[in-house]
Design a protein around this ligand. Structure first.
Ligand SMILES: Cc1ncc(COP(=O)(O)O)c(C=O)c1O
Length: 445
């Protein structure tokens, strides 16, 4: 179909996420037609370096025909059967995840990060209801600036006002504490969690849900003491530690799972994105055995997990997910992300000379650059100059991200999260574009 026709059809029929449609006809979204490695190619043949891996998900890079082959073979053999039956790809991927995690656990598959968190919240509540806790141990504590998904449960645990506005009231029983933010708020964020648990009454709190490194909220890396302290506090009060590693896992932070950086293990872990590198929609909620055991009543009672997704653990998605994880291991992309991330960080530290760069931070290939009006006051830069920087990078054929629609006044973080396979010359292209865009005069806020 001719170019113009597709653009017209797009503008007449598609509803794009996170997009203000008024005025979109003046600058319609780029139509992407193909992708390979770290590059995507638009309908006019322009190539862009994908510095955010789609939506932080294409960990192994684009265009792996090996995965297309796995999908084709699986589709021909068995395209679909629900997981009320069983099948080999789901068994093998679940077993692989448990092996990689290194503790005994069970894997519940779904299709998106939001659904994985939705399942986690329901599991936490049902676990307590069936573990002899007094009735009413249902509250979930989450964190300001954290994101857990678009469904009403996951959104209720999301501490980003701009994502919630217009969809409220959300579910009762969710409350928020501050996340560690060594740049803006170097206090003891773990102590704030314990205060919240005590204030609410531990017997009312089911779980604490957090991203080890907050991603979309602005790439907030905790200090090293935080997660071990959180683990202790959760243990002390019988609260389940629920880690959302939808973005963090599968090498993104330079570890297979981010919690490894701090030597803690979660009771419930949610995974998506890098689990299949965006080649198929797939997510998982992994619980430790002690959680799973609470679901073993007697046949016929209601103690089992009464939650079902038609497509959760889809044969094609799990077959592709398994091969994707094997590729991450085979090519040692975890070490590669760690090493590339360290060299990017060294170069980015040079940006701290720029008057508007307040902080550069990250782990592995999950990197944030916080922009301020002035380094001394740390007053956040308005989002408009950030949008201009992103546009300028795009003009140079490089896609970078920024945190949009999160917390009022804090849309001031540029984001880099390229595929883990990014090569040194591609890294150079990414950073050169960013430096150029930043050192051109910034428009007023
Ligand atoms: C940390 C985190 N959790 C959950 C989600 C939701 O995942 P999905 O968009 O696949 O529903 C996201 C999405 O970006 C995320 O960043």
């Amino acid at each position: 179909m001719a170019e113009r026709d597709l653009t017209t059809l797009d503008l007449e029929s598609l509803w794009h996420p996170l997009t203000q449609h008024r005025g979109l006809d003046q600058s319609p979204p780029l139509r992407i037609e193909s992708a390979s490695g770290c590059f995507i190619v638009d309908s006019e043949g322009r190539r862009y370096l994908d510095g955010v891996s789609g939506l932080w998900c294409v960990n192994i890079g684009h265009g792996r025909s090996e995965l297309a082959e796995v999908a084709r073979e699986q589709m021909e053999r068995l395209a679909y059967v629900p997981l009320t039956f069983s099948h080999e790809p789901a068994i093998r991927l679940a077993s692989k995840l448990v092996d990689l995690l290194g503790y005994e656990g069970r894997v519940y598959f779904s299709n998106s990060g939001s659904e994985a968190n939705e399942a986690a919240i329901k599991i936490a509540r049902q676990y307590h209801a069936q573990s002899g806790a007094p009735p009413g141990r249902v509250k979930i504590i989450a964190r300001h600036r954290g994101y857990h998904g678009n469904t009403l449960g996951a959104l209720s645990a999301t501490g980003q006002a701009e994502r919630r506005q217009g969809y409220e009231p959300l579910l009762p029983g969710f409350l928020f504490v501050d996340a560690p933010d060594p740049y803006r708020n170097p206090g003891d964020a773990a102590a704030a969690l314990e205060e919240a648990i005590l204030r609410e009454g531990p017997e009312t709190v089911a779980g604490f849900l957090m991203e080890p490194i907050i991603a979309g909220g602005g790439v907030l890396v905790p200090d090293d003491a935080y997660l071990p302290k959180v683990r202790e506090i959760c243990d002390r009060h019988g609260v389940l530690l629920m880690l959302d590693e939808v973005v963090n896992a599968f090498g993104r932070t330079g570890a297979m799972f981010a919690h490894r950086h701090w030597g803690v293990e979660p009771d419930i872990l949610t995974l998506a994105k890098g689990i299949a590198s965006g080649y198929m929609p797939l997510a998982a909620t992994v619980v430790k055995s002690h959680v799973f055991e609470a679901f073993g009543g007697t046949p016929g009672d209601l103690s089992h997990f009464r939650h079902v997704n038609t497509y959760g653990g889809h044969p094609v998605a799990t077959a592709v997910g398994l091969r994707n994880v094997e590729i991450i291991e085979r090519e040692d992309l975890v070490s590669r992300a760690r090493e590339t991330g360290a060299s990017i960080m060294t170069r980015l530290k040079g940006l701290l000379d720029h008057p508007n760069v307040g902080d550069v931070r990250g782990k592995g290939l999950l990197i944030g650059i916080e922009l301020v009006e002035d380094q001394a006051t740390k007053r956040p830069l308005d989002w408009k100059p950030l949008a201009a920087i992103v546009r300028r990078c795009l003009g140079q054929g490089v896609i970078i991200g920024r945190n949009t629609n999160t917390s009022p006044g804090l849309g001031n973080v540029l984001i880099l999260a390229p595929p883990l396979v990014i090569a040194p010359d591609e890294t150079d292209l990414l950073l050169s574009a960013l430096e150029c865009a930043l050192y051109e005069e910034l428009p007023a806020g």
